[in-house]
Ligand binder design. Structure first.
Ligand code: G1P
Length: 285
């Protein structure tokens, strides 16, 4: 069975973006002209992951509406002869088959993923965190998929980070094995002197179904939350888990500075806005 399922945890409270996220989901914040979550979905689809579940929570209705048919808007655009806009808007609702499950309490990323256990069933599945925006020739999820197809094992996306940033991420300890990086251990948000390496996980994962069983039995970890990282560390003791250094440009769009950088970089690359934006920036230097 080819890998087709992907889980997007989207129930997070978005506290780093308050007050912007008081009444709207952080996944709907816009990078140039599309909400963050749409970049994630497009990356998944480009990697052949076309069965999507979003784990949502209170106040996340806008995500469902975004991927739904907007009959009135589509009719208005057609009647006004705005064919190009109509195509852009209607394409979103045709783009993917998306299901939604609800995480009723904010009990952690691991708990959010576990909320999709019934939907995932007994097959391998992917997980993506949409606030990690990765722009690359080969979609980040495809980079993981290639190693998963070679090994049949779980694979997580990694990136080298400066020492002072490691305490924001899950950090791994690895050993080289047949040209691949095999995980020995993983620590969630370590203190600088506890980080086992400078390799951090950047929100792209493929898991064997065993991960769901481990999440089901997981005890609360850092911050009293069910941590995905703790289940990955246990999984790595039971079976091979590989790390892949993701190629491409990556933005931590889950915090305001990274978000501004993503908007600037993608804005500068945009065929219509790039050149005037560059002029504007130059004028201000
Ligand atoms: C989560 C994970 C962490 C991972 C990070 C990537 O943390 O818990 O292991 O490195 O995403 O962005 P969060 O940013 O949700 O606190």
């Amino acid at each position: 069975m080819p890998l087709r399922k992907i889980v997007f945890p989207t129930a997070g409270l978005g506290t780093r973006f308050l007050p912007a996220t008081k009444a709207s989901p952080k996944e709907m914040l816009t990078i140039v002209d599309k909400p963050l979550i749409q970049y994630g979905v497009e990356e998944a689809l480009a990697a052949g992951l076309d069965q999507i579940v979003m784990v949502t929570g209170r106040g996340k209705r806008a995500i469902e509406d975004h991927f739904d048919i907007s009959a009135e808007l589509e009719k208005n655009l057609r009647q006004a002869g705005k064919e190009e806009l109509y195509e852009k808007v209607s394409r979103i609702s045709r783009m993917a088959n998306i299901s939604y499950v609800r995480q009723k309490q904010p009990l952690g990323l691991g708990h959010a993923v576990a909320c999709a256990a019934h939907w995932v069933g007994d097959k391998s599945f992917a997980v993506a965190l949409a606030d990690e925006l990765i722009i690359s020739d080969v979609p980040a999820m495809q980079q993981l998929r290639t190693v998963h197809e070679q090994t049949g094992a779980s694979v997580i996306g990694l990136r080298q980070m400066p020492a002072e940033e490691l305490s924001h991420y899950g950090v791994v300890d690895t050993v080289e094995e047949n040209g691949l990086l095999r995980l020995k251990h993983m620590v969630e948000k370590p203190q600088p002197d506890e980080a086992p390496s400078n390799l951090a996980s950047i929100g792209r994962y493929i898991f064997t179904p065993r991960l769901m069983a481990l999440l089901h039995d997981a005890a609360p970890g850092r911050g009293g939350e069910i941590q995905l990282t703790d289940a990955i560390a246990t999984l790595a003791r039971e079976e091979p888990v590989y790390g892949v250094l993701i190629e491409g440009e990556r933005f931590d769009a889950g915090n305001p500075l990274g978000f501004l950088m993503a908007n600037t970089a993608l804005g500068l690359n945009h065929p219509d806005y790039g050149s005037p934006l560059l002029d504007f920036i130059r004028q201000r230097l």
